[in-house]
Design a protein around this ligand. Structure first.
Ligand code: CA
Length: 357
């Protein structure tokens, strides 16, 4: 009998007999792990992804497997999660893989790249389109086993002190925008600034920067950017559906009982859904609240969107030409997207266009 079948039958038997679900856990050892994250606790939607993983693993093992999440900076810096998991300083991490594109630009695909996939497409690519397997080949070189474990959905384009309508308006504009989105903006003439979270608000207030991107209405309202920049742009084409990732140190993973491995995988998948649900229920209220405070909503012009998309794909072609690993993932990813886009442009789009009015 296959193990999966055995587990199914065992679970059915337990329910029929009225036995406690802790039967499985009692046969397993007590484990306590530390999870480093890249997030402040105040960032409750994203930090919530780490908490979901910990809470579900604890519940599903009857309290036997305990994972303690730590905010960025508590154990290691927010951008040091990759190294901490890779070196085994901690057993687990919750972070965004695109923070580590400096190590390998292909990590961008694990999170989001400009003009990439939406939440539904990203999940289809990761779970069914060979995405996770492709990413795992790279992570294996760093002693990490990775899982999708959260998503923000399409982000907002951010806060601008002045309107930007044409490509000419972008020339010399000082914007805080990290990662590949920043590289594309830079190719369009924007002066890209990289600022840590806490430095953004005062820089925008004093006019040291003209614009900043952040996440979406719920997180942005808490950050208070509407008080110092009145135009709120969409969409955040550089982050259509960033996936947050759960990392497990390979040796720690190998030491887990098989049942616990299955439970970790389930908890990560649950966090991947739960964070999206959290954002999708909190963002609508926050958007209404921002509009009621006088925020001016603006959509990026076709001229800006088309030029940005052209530069994004020119950048990917350049990266693929110089990096065989990037090229191999990019080709599979692009083929998946080219097949997926026309389908999403059919029922989903015609329904959305008619209904969201
Ligand atoms: Ca962002």
């Amino acid at each position: 009998m296959k193990r999966r079948d055995f587990l199914k039958k065992a679970a059915v038997g337990a329910v029929a007999a009225g036995a406690a679900p802790a039967v499985l856990a009692q046969s397993n050892k007590k484990i306590r792990w530390r999870m480093a994250t890249s997030w402040p606790k105040a960032f409750d939607t994203i930090y919530g992804g780490a908490e979901t993983v910990a809470a579900r693993v604890k519940a599903m093992t009857g309290g036997q497997f305990e994972i303690i999440p730590y905010a960025g900076g508590e154990l290691v810096g927010g951008l040091e999660v990759f190294d901490a998991v890779s070196q085994g300083t901690v057993q687990m991490g919750h972070t965004a893989s695109y923070y580590y594109v400096g190590k390998n630009p292909a990590f961008g695909f694990d999170t989001a790249i400009p003009f990439g996939l939406t939440y539904r497409q990203q999940n289809a690519w990761l779970y069914n389109g060979g995405g996770i397997e492709a990413m795992r080949k790279i992570y294996a070189q760093h002693n990490i086993v990775n899982f999708p474990a959260g998503n923000t959905g399409v982000q907002m384009g951010g806060w601008f002190r002045k309107e930007v309508n044409t490509l000419a308006d972008l020339q010399g504009l000082k914007m805080r925008i990290p990662g590949l989105g920043g590289k594309v903006m830079s190719r369009l003439g924007v002066t890209v600034q990289v600022l840590a979270g806490g430095e953004i608000y005062p820089a925008l207030e004093r006019g040291v920067i003209d614009a900043t991107e952040w996440v979406g209405p719920y997180d942005d309202e808490k950050a208070g950017f509407y008080k110092v920049a009145k135009y709120y742009y969409h969409p955040g084409w550089w982050e259509p559906a960033p996936t947050l990732s759960l990392y497990v140190n390979q040796k720690a993973w190998d030491s887990l009982p098989k049942e616990y491995q299955e439970i970790v995988a389930s908890a990560a998948a649950e966090a991947n859904l739960d964070m999206m649900v959290d954002y999708d229920s909190k963002n609508p209220k926050a958007l209404n609240s921002l509009v009621s405070k006088g925020v001016e909503m603006r959509e990026f012009s076709q001229e800006i969107l088309e030029a940005a998309r052209k530069e994004a794909y020119a950048l990917y072609d350049e990266l693929a030409a110089g990096d065989a690993q990037f090229k191999s993932i990019y080709e599979g990813w692009k083929a998946f997207k080219e097949e997926s886009d026309p389908w999403f442009n059919t029922a989903e789009t015609s329904y959305s266009r008619f209904n969201f009015k």
